[in-house]
Design a protein around this ligand. Structure first.
Ligand code: ATP
Length: 258
């Protein structure tokens, strides 16, 4: 029998967290964020963001609700239909799902671009290296030769042949201002965010209200499942998805447990 009380949040190695622990996903997420901060990948602010996410996930029952599953399938269809899909990586995303983002990029033939709220050359390099350690070949974001309009200088920096030129962008755990600015550029936006009331999922074409550690592998699984689907079928999946209904269902689940 596992003595759960002895599992503290400050485990040294991920493997020490028992998979049957009732709060396994939360402990795993916290552990990865702490490691990210220690490695210089994640900003301290990222810990606060994680804390907010953790509270919402608790209320969602730490499971992928049916409308999130639909969103994950619609996200896969959008990414497969895209001409220039880009997956945006910040410090929390790099700490939580580096290998999973690399897998998704491969499954939908997308670029990976590092895009930070608190941008420093050291963190940009550390994240790019971390992604390369997880199998990424080409990592964008370091050039920063274009700007997103209507955003302050630091947060506006993107690669001209990356997010700037993308038609479909996956922006997990994104800051609301940047999500709005990308929306204004006319991009199809896929957002992963556990808070359905946050601005980022509200402006998204596809809001995925789910923990990123579940969401990204699910999008990849849907993309692999749909790899041979023709464009009509993919467009059908995209059109069937209703973002307002997905946000409402997530809020209902969080508020009422329904
Ligand atoms: P706004 O988007 O309105 O600016 P905010 O300031 O709360 O809201 P940020 O701190 O910019 O948002 O982004 C963090 C968001 O990411 C939060 O909404 C939080 O719930 C969400 N989040 C944190 N951890 C995870 C996770 N593991 N999976 C999915 N979402 C997460």
């Amino acid at each position: 029998m596992t003595d759960y009380d002895t599992v503290s949040a400050d485990v040294e190695e991920e493997e020490e967290i028992p998979e049957d622990h009732p709060r396994y996903q939360d402990l795993l997420t916290r552990h990865r964020i702490e490691e990210g901060v220690e490695k210089g990948i994640t900003h301290l602010q990222g810990m606060h963001a994680e804390g907010r996410g953790s509270a919402f996930d608790y209320l969602l029952g730490e499971e992928t609700i049916p409308t999130a599953e639909e969103a994950e399938r619609a996200a896969a269809a959008h990414l497969l239909l895209a001409d220039r899909p880009v997956l945006s990586i910040n410090g929390n995303v790099a700490a939580l799902v580096p290998g999973e983002m690399v897998d998704l990029a491969e499954a939908v033939d997308a670029d990976l671009e590092v895009n930070l709220f608190n941008r420093t050359p050291e963190r940009m390099e550390a994240i790019a290296d971390h992604l390369r350690d997880h199998g990424a070949e080409d990592v964008k974001g370091l050039e920063a030769d274009a700007r997103i309009p209507n955003l302050d200088h630091q947060r506006a920096k993107v690669d001209e042949d990356g997010i700037y030129a993308a038609d479909v962008v996956l922006v997990p755990l994104e800051d609301g201002d940047r999500a709005e600015a990308l929306d204004e550029m006319g991009k199809t936006e896929i957002v992963v965010d556990l808070n359905p009331l946050s601005r980022s999922p509200q402006v998204a074409d596809v809001p995925i209200v789910d923990n990123i550690i579940r969401a990204i592998p699910n999008v990849t699984a849907h993309a692999r499942d749909l790899a041979d689907a023709d464009d009509d079928r993919l467009r059908g999946i995209v059109e069937e998805f209703d973002p307002d209904r997905a946000l409402e269902a997530a809020e209902k689940r969080i508020r009422n447990g329904l």
